[in-house]
Structures are given as C-alpha cells and as structure tokens.
Design a protein around this ligand. Structure first.
Ligand code: PLP
Length: 414
C-alpha cells in the first residue's frame, strides 16, 4: 500500500478549483525530508545538499529547499540563470558537453564548476579562464556492484573521466594556479539500498588520499552527487537517510581522518530522494474502453510523466475516489498517438469509473520536468499543498498561446 499525502476530501476541494491533470507537491514532506538529510550529515561541518534542479525546476519548490539551507546543482545555462535570479549563492555546475558561454556564466555568478571531461580543463582555460575552485567528475569504469548486485555500468556511461585523467587533471589544475579542489561521482541511479553512498564514499575517500599523496593537494570537498532512490514499488523498503549518513561517517572516520583529511566537506546533489515521494500526478478517468484488454483513459498522458513510457518505470496508482471498489485488471492510458503512453499495464486497481480521481505516486522528481508537448498536449499546472492545508498554484497550465508563442509567420490572435 502507498498512502497519498492528501486525503480524498482535501483533494476534492483542490480539483473543484483546478482542472486536472496537475502535479501536486507536499510542502511539509519536502521540508521534513530536507531536515532529515541535513541532520543525517550534521556530523560533517561543511555538509551541503545541492538539490538537482533538473528534477524539479520550479521556483516555489526551490525556495522551500533554499529556506532549508540547500544549494542547487545546475546542468545548463538556463538552470544557472534561474538559480542565480532566485538568489542562490551555493551553486554547483555539474554539466557535460558544455558550451563556453555557460562556463563563462557559471564563473561570473560564482558557481562551482564541476568538469565532466579531462579535455574540458584546457577548454575552460582557453575560453573563459580557470576559476579558483574546480571539481573533477570521476568515472572508474567497469561495473559498479554492491556485494554481488550489479547496480550500474560506469564503463558505458558518457559521464566523467578515468582515474589516470583525474590524477593528471589535478596536476594540471595545480600547475595552472587553481587553489581549491573537489571530486564528484555518480555511479548508480535510483539505488534502493542504504549501502550505495557508503560504498561510493569509500571509493572517493580512498581516491582523495591517493590525490593527496600523488598530487600534493588536500581536497576541499567530495560530492557524492545523486543516486539515492525511492521505493516506487510499495513492496520496496524506503531508504533510511539516518543510516546512510552514519554509514558515510564511518568510512570518513576510517579513511579520511587518519590521513589528516578530517576537514573535507561532503556535498550531495540529490533530486529523486528529496522530491519524488512528495509529488503526485493527479488525473481523472475520462473514458473506458474494452478490446483484448480493459483500458482506463485518463486526462494525463506521457507528456506529464514520461518515465513509464521512456524506461518502463513503475509508478503506483491509487484510485482515491473508489479505494474499496472491486478489483479489476486494467491498462491506464493517456491520449497520445503512441502505444507506450501507458501509466500502468495490466495493473490491479479498485474499479475505476469515469470521473474517478486517480493519483499517480512519486512524481515529484523527474516528473513535470521531463515533460514535452507531443500531439500538442500541453504541460500541466503545478500546485503546492502548503503546510497550512491550502493549495497554491505555483505554475499555471500551458495554453495554446504558449504553444504558438515561438512560431513565426502565424498570428494566433487572428
Ligand atoms: C549530475 C547529476 N547530479 C544529480 C542528479 C540527481 O540524481 P537523482 O535525482 O537520482 O538523485 C543527476 C540526475 O540525473 C545528475 O545528472
């Protein structure tokens, strides 16, 4: 069972005022999550979460995280612009395949540049000049395992640089006069285990020791990036951030402290873990169809939540209007002219009647932000369910005017 963070009665009040579909976020849950993370790493003086803006690039959400002492991690110039305009000063720029103009802007606003490639050291030096602080992104290659479980395949990943490149890179940066250094690595995505960060941290801490001996620099920070996952499936155990923070502390004390590296700051760039469970995609059943299968047509589609169509991801669905209905097996589909536009395939749900409200769980991260406009289906609104129980529109739904706004030679107003 997954229980939505809002009751049916409270949600009805919102759907009376705002048409579905929309993304709904839970302010209380977001604040509690940020506090739990900061508490779990409070043993580290310089700890900072740089929330991955790509997960939920919505200013009202970023503002909550800002109030909870988080910085931001940006991947593009526009994310940098938005974060800077919002007054963020702790900004990480973890980009890849990046144009010089974006490095120039990152440098101008004082963001910490995290270089994805060894080749980028010379590129930045020649185009915009190296800043005082530089971070390098590490990719150890091979397969990343936890015990016998294969978590991901860094060897096939386009991100980061090899061990040899990283060591040479720090030598180059030191010789070029860079003063402050960090490392970053993201080796597995959506890990539903408390072991991922501690195992990754141990690798990076040992690397920091090697860098100290080989290059003669003490790293200022180690960025564990994102990758802590959420239990999209109700049978999965959610991660326990207190256990994770303590696991990282233990390897920190084991590896870094004896090497006189006990001042190293720990950074994270979590997106999914911070936000996914605190967002719901709220949609209504609009049609039923029966052929070789039973279909429930809803007013949301893959433009509002791409993950199931793109990766076959599971998102739990609750029929909040008819939770005790007779169970039936259905495909829950949107209206796009694509057969992968399905939020659920052969899912057992309490009978869904036309007009029922369904909530699709864990859509607060990489949900709205991966949206698109295929079939001229427009992006939905985003609504914040505030701590005082009221709902606030934080992004309106797109209109046809928005869709036509970038077109030349067509006057929508006529
Ligand atoms: C560089 C970087 N940092 C952080 C994240 C956030 O990852 P997650 O949402 O899995 O925590 C991502 C996600 O794609 C990323 O590319």
């Amino acid at each position: 069972m997954k229980i939505p963070f809002i009751s049916a009665t409270e949600l009805d009040k919102i759907t009376e005022n705002f048409p579905t579909p929309f993304h709904l976020y839970d302010e209380k849950g977001i604040r509690e999550k940020a506090r739990a993370l900061n508490k779990a790493f409070s043993w580290n003086k310089g700890f900072k979460e740089y929330f991955a803006v790509k997960a939920t690039p919505t200013p009202a959400i970023l503002k909550i995280l800002q109030e909870e002492n988080c910085g931001v991690d940006c991947a593009t110039g526009v994310e940098l612009l938005m974060s800077h305009k919002m007054g963020f000063t702790d900004i990480m720029f973890s980009s890849n395949n990046t144009p010089a103009s974006e490095y120039a802007y990152a440098k101008e606003i004082g963001a910490t540049i995290n270089l994805d490639a060894y080749e980028m050291i010379d590129f930045v030096k020649e185009t915009v000049g190296l800043p005082e602080t530089v971070s390098l992104r590490y990719n150890p290659g091979g397969v990343f395992t936890l015990g016998t479980d294969i978590m991901d395949n860094p060897e096939e990943s386009k991100f980061g640089m090899t061990h040899a490149q990283l060591i040479q890179g720090f030598k180059d940066l030191k010789a070029a006069g860079v003063k402050t250094f960090g490392i970053h690595s993201f080796l597995a995505s959506n890990t539903v285990t408390n072991d991922y960060y501690p195992v990754l941290a141990k690798q990076l801490f040992e690397l920091a020791v090697e860098i100290k001996h080989e290059v003669g620099i003490n790293l200022d920070f180690i960025n564990l990036s994102g990758g802590i996952g959420v239990n999209y499936r109700p049978e999965e155990m959610p991660n326990d951030i207190a256990v994770i923070g303590d696991g990282v502390r233990r390897v920190y004390e084991e590896v870094l402290v004896p090497e006189d590296l006990g001042e190293v700051k720990i950074f994270t760039e979590l997106g999914r873990f911070m936000l996914a469970p605190h967002g719901l995609l709220v949609t209504k059943a609009v049609h039923r169809k029966k052929t070789y299968r039973d279909y429930v047509g809803v007013d949301a589609s893959a433009v509002n939540l791409l993950r199931p169509a793109m990766y076959g991801s599971y998102h739990h669905i609750t029929n909040i209007t008819n939770p005790n209905g007779k169970l039936e097996t259905v495909d829950v589909v949107g209206s796009l002219c694509e057969n992968n536009d399905k939020f659920a395939k052969q899912r057992e749900l309490p009978e869904v009647r036309v007009g029922d409200t369904l909530v699709i769980h864990d859509t607060g991260a990489h949900g709205f932000s991966m949206g698109y406009q295929y079939n001229a289906r427009l992006r939905s609104a985003e609504i914040l369910y505030q701590e005082d129980g009221t709902a606030r529109l934080i992004r309106r739904a797109e209109t046809p005017e928005d869709y036509f706004a970038t077109l030349y030679g067509f006057d929508f107003e006529k």
